[in-house]
Write a new protein. Sequence first.
Length: 135
Amino acid sequence: MRIFLRVVFAAATAALLAATVTVPADAAVRQPHHYVRSTANSFDGVWSVAIYPSYGSCNSYRAALRVVGGRVESESNDFSANGAVNRNGVISVTVTGGAGTAVGYGRLVASRGAGRWRTESGQCGGIWYATRRKH
């Protein structure tokens, strides 16, 4: 996912979540998310996301994403994630890293999820799988 993040979704994200191009840890600045947590979402928690390219020169990557009140955010300073999960588990996320942006979409069910991702430039794309981390 690091390569995904450089070209970036990267994430991810993902789950998710969540964008695979190499990005140094200090290449992206984590932006704080200021929002009011309206209602708990059954998908809230930290998710481990494995990202695999189907085309392009991106590498596979693992990352952590957090869902809070249905909003998706990054668990790392390596990239920034912004997205949402609805009550039916439909997820969409945009991940931004040092070299660009990627989008991911898919579905979460209970403690697992899967979907597709692609870089904004179309250079890379593929699939992602997510599992919810235990507390």
